[in-house]
Design a protein around this ligand. Structure first.
Ligand SMILES: [Ca+2]
Length: 488
């Protein structure tokens, strides 16, 4: 029999053990904030934390050195609208047939919760600053419009209105301007502006200021802040000082291979090229230099936001994500801009920094739709079970872990497809491949100069990819709302 004293001791031990257990369990519930920063049209090839040593991006590099940097992250559609609808909803474009310049809510439906909406409905303050869903750049920035926003995603939203291509300063149009007589032009063209004035005359400067204000204002509550930088999307506008480190005469253009286009199907020739843009070599160099200046300016604005987070003591409980909606061609194959399913246009930078997790470089395939289930899992928030992204939480603990053996992206209204595996990039135009195919050996030909799709040696590989594509399409079209897109 235990004495009364022993009983008391035993009771005390059990009591204190329970208190410790309960407080540990409480500690395990993660009240993370989320700071999601998305750049517009930023190719991984322009960042010095990735493979570019010419363009200086110290703030993004610092974040990359503190978080997990993904070297094989791919967007689901290399155009703003559908890419953003896909990443915010967690569905592939074919699951909701969202291929255009829409927020996606029209197709996504009210029943599905977007990424930020899941946080909002779990007691988080959610806000966006500038472009998260589709906004026409520059027009929606010029007018200060919401673009194709999704109001259900936010408690509050802020637009960053700026003059864009009409910003005061020295300007030059380097596309469709062979004789150089046009100084500047609006719309989706490569106008360069070496801007006069400070950062606040430009959209991303305004965005960084507002983002910092919101961090300070909401630091005592759980927040999900989505910050949209619009650079380096055209027009290439940045303060004059950002151009100084990149004299255009120093720019080494991507190698020009003779007859490069001969083995590319017509549909694979991008919509903007040095040829249809009538760009001289000098104009091409100027475009790359101005892109770097825009990236460097955007990087500096990202730095301002990250420093505010640090200053406010929120680094230890805030998940930071940095990415882009898709990549950008900087003259590879004489292609410019996006839409193309070639590597530079589809691959994106992606950095995820989670407090307490070790920095790492991860070479596994990941997709932008994976952010939604990853971040909700980290914050212990339920996400809808049908979303098509995969959680990367295991990868964040073990960068050698794999959740995907390939990346899948589509373009041209969902009628062209990319399957990107470790060894290969397979591109197919139309579901029956009638408009052509491209197959690149990514180990030996990473710049995609030699299309092997019609070489008899690779028939078996093509067959395998075509089967994989059919399987993948069937999988992603399976719609949880009872609409069978496979039958349309
Ligand atoms: Ca974009």
């Amino acid at each position: 029999m235990f004495s009364e004293k022993n009983k008391k001791i035993r009771f005390s031990i059990v009591f204190f053990a329970s208190v410790i257990l309960i407080s540990c369990t409480q500690e395990q519930k993660k009240d993370y904030n989320v700071l999601f920063i998305i750049s517009d049209d930023l190719t991984a090839t322009a960042l010095s934390s990735y493979e570019n040593k010419a363009c200086s991006t110290p703030n993004i590099n610092k974040l990359a050195s503190e978080g997990v940097m993904f070297t094989k992250a791919y967007c689901q559609y290399p155009v703003c609208g559908p890419s953003r609808a896909s990443l915010m909803s967690g569905y592939y474009p074919h699951a909701t047939t969202t291929f255009g310049y829409v927020s996606g809510r029209k197709n996504i439906g009210k029943e599905r919760k977007t990424w930020s909406q899941s946080f909002k409905e779990n007691g988080y303050y959610t806000a966006r600053v500038s472009k998260i869903y589709h906004m026409g750049v520059p027009i929606d920035i010029e007018t200060g419009s919401d673009g194709q926003d999704d109001p259900a995603s936010w408690n509050e939203k802020y637009n960053s209105q700026a003059l864009e291509w009409q910003t005061k300063g020295e300007a030059e149009l380097v596309q469709g301007n062979p004789d150089g007589t046009i100084e500047r032009k609006g719309g989706n063209v490569m106008t360069i502006v070496k801007a006069d004035g400070d950062d606040l005359v430009l959209a991303d400067g305004i965005t960084a200021k507002k983002a910092s204000e919101l961090i300070r204002k909401h630091k005592n509550e759980k927040f999900f802040l989505a910050i949209g930088m619009v650079r380096p999307h055209v027009p290439f506008v940045a303060p004059k000082a950002h151009f100084a480190p990149y004299p255009y005469t120093d720019i080494i253009l991507s190698e020009k291979v003779e007859n490069d286009w001969d083995d590319i199907p017509k549909r694979g020739i991008n919509y903007v090229t040095s040829v249809n843009g009538e760009m001289s070599i000098e104009q091409q160099q100027k475009a790359v230099a101005a892109y770097y200046a825009s990236v460097s300016f955007m990087d500096e604005q990202v730095g301002k936001v990250l420093r505010t987070l640090e200053k406010e003591g929120l680094e230890d409980n805030t998940i930071v994500i940095f990415t882009s909606d898709h990549g950008f061609h900087l003259g590879e194959h004489d292609f410019w801009m996006k839409v193309s399913l070639h590597e530079e246009s589809v691959r994106v930078p992606l950095i995820i920094k989670v407090p307490g997790k070790k920095p790492a470089v991860c070479n596994s395939f990941v997709e932008l739709i994976d952010m939604y289930p990853t971040v909700t899992e980290l914050a212990e928030i339920k996400h809808p079970k049908h979303i098509q992204g995969k959680s990367l939480v295991k990868i964040l603990d073990d960068p050698n872990h794999k959740v995907r053996d390939m990346a899948f992206s589509v373009s041209q209204g969902g009628k062209s497809f990319l399957l990107r595996t470790d060894g290969w990039a397979y591109i197919q135009y139309d579901e029956d491949a009638k408009s052509g195919m491209e197959l690149f050996d990514m180990k030996n030909d990473p710049k995609q100069y030699t299309n092997l799709a019609y070489d008899p040696k690779y028939v078996k590989i093509i067959d395998e990819f075509q089967q994989k594509l059919q399987d993948k399409l069937k999988e992603v079209r399976t719609n949880d709302l009872g609409i069978d897109y496979n039958k349309r």
